[in-house]
Design a protein. Structure first.
Length: 209
């Protein structure tokens, strides 16, 4: 994990968000400080995220642990010796198994250089990641937020984010257009706002009326 980062009312970005959005301001005050560490192992994060596509966190964690148990770890050097059929035997879908294999080969061959992504602008990172068949915008945005800690990513493709969004704003209108329109005031700190929405979900706040 990377350096520990704290977001609170003394953080200029959080002060900006609280001033711009009264609903988000109330949530920030309700949650208090958020501390997190960006993921340092981009490859392992991508494998975990690929596995977790369209699955609950609980199921995704079980499947990822099966990969660790079978392989003894998750790295390009280890995974290049694991074929898609072996992954399918432990419950990883055909499509996801092939995506993991394609990702691994791209990293090994340096067609995808994960170390260089940190120096690229957001759109270039998205283009690089989505060049791998099976990696889409959702996975790329998760990488930008949770690995590269980019500050202005709006993850409107993510079901967990949308669940908290609908709860916070008391709405069922959550099309990409609606979300982008309402949340444009978050820029240039959309990722930090999203982290508070994720925290609301983690803390069970969205289950309350």
């Amino acid at each position: 994990m990377g350096e520990l980062i704290a977001l609170n009312r003394q953080t200029p970005a959080i002060q900006y968000l609280a001033k711009k959005d009264s609903s988000l301001c109330r949530l920030i005050d309700l949650i208090g400080e958020i501390k997190y560490q960006p993921f340092e192992d981009g490859y392992s994060f991508l494998v975990s995220t690929i596995i977790g596509q369209m699955l609950s966190n609980k199921v995704a964690d079980v499947l990822f642990q099966r990969v660790i148990d079978m392989c003894g770890g998750v790295s390009p050097e280890i995974m290049c010796n694991i074929d898609a059929e072996q992954l399918r035997k432990i419950g990883i879908s055909y499509r996801k198994s092939n995506t993991i294999s394609e990702l691994t080969q791209a990293v090994i061959s340096r067609d995808l250089d994960l170390y260089k992504l940190s120096s690229l602008p957001d759109e270039a990172v998205i283009r690089a990641l989505t060049s791998i068949k099976g990696i889409g915008m959702w996975t790329a945005k998760m990488y930008l937020i949770f690995v590269l800690d980019r500050p202005d990513i709006l993850p409107f493709e993510d079901g967990a984010f949308l669940q908290s969004y609908c709860w916070l704003y008391h709405t069922q209108e959550c099309s990409p257009k609606d979300v982008k329109e309402r949340c444009r005031i978050w820029s240039p700190y959309s990722s930090y706002a999203a982290r508070f929405l994720y925290k609301a979900l983690d803390n069970g706040l969205t289950k309350k009326s």
